[in-house]
Design a protein around this ligand. Structure first.
Ligand code: CU
Length: 164
């Protein structure tokens, strides 16, 4: 994606954000809860950072994670890890990621993860990264994801980053 297109998309996002917020006014919030969120610090020269969390749906219907955004990353992709010819590969989840009613979907190292791309200032341990998860039913849900040591596989001691 060239910079001109990216700038145009960023401008569009600014224009449309208030509309998205209004569209969800009066909507029953609280079906979706987020827990155990963390991002792994980026080694020197790393281009991307991986983010992990658990998304639970205690609502009345299935929901779906449509998109993830962060002001600190040019793009946040929803990645899955798959085995292709005995090789671990990762890439964007195809279609919307369904969060079934009454269930939890876990993003964990080696599986589903958020891929923070085009990170201008590499994430370092102790940083806090604001993230918005956009759900089909729930609408936008904000959280702050703490950055933990490179290679860590657990969230820091209990901090509630759910916005509900
Ligand atoms: Cu990835």
């Amino acid at each position: 994606m060239n910079n001109l297109i990216r700038a145009a998309l960023a401008a569009l996002a600014l224009v449309f954000t208030p509309a998205i917020t209004i569209a969800h006014e009066g909507h029953m919030h609280g079906a979706i809860s987020l827990s155990g969120a963390f991002i792994r610090a980026m080694p020197p020269a790393a281009q991307n950072a991986g983010g992990f969390l658990v998304i639970s749906n205690d609502g009345q219907a299935d929901d779906a994670l449509l998109m993830v955004t962060s002001p600190l990353a040019g793009e946040v992709q929803i990645h899955e890890t798959t085995m292709v010819n005995d090789m671990m590969q990762m890439g964007p989840v195809e279609g919307d990621l369904v969060i079934p009613v009454g269930e939890s979907v876990t993003f964990a190292p080696g599986g589903l993860h958020l891929m923070f791309m085009q990170v201008e200032t590499p994430f370092a341990e102790g940083d806090e990264v604001p993230v918005t998860l956009h759900f089909r039913e729930e609408g936008p849900v904000d959280l702050v994801m703490p950055v933990v040591a490179i290679g860590a596989s657990v969230a820091p001691m209990q901090m509630d980053h759910s916005s509900h």
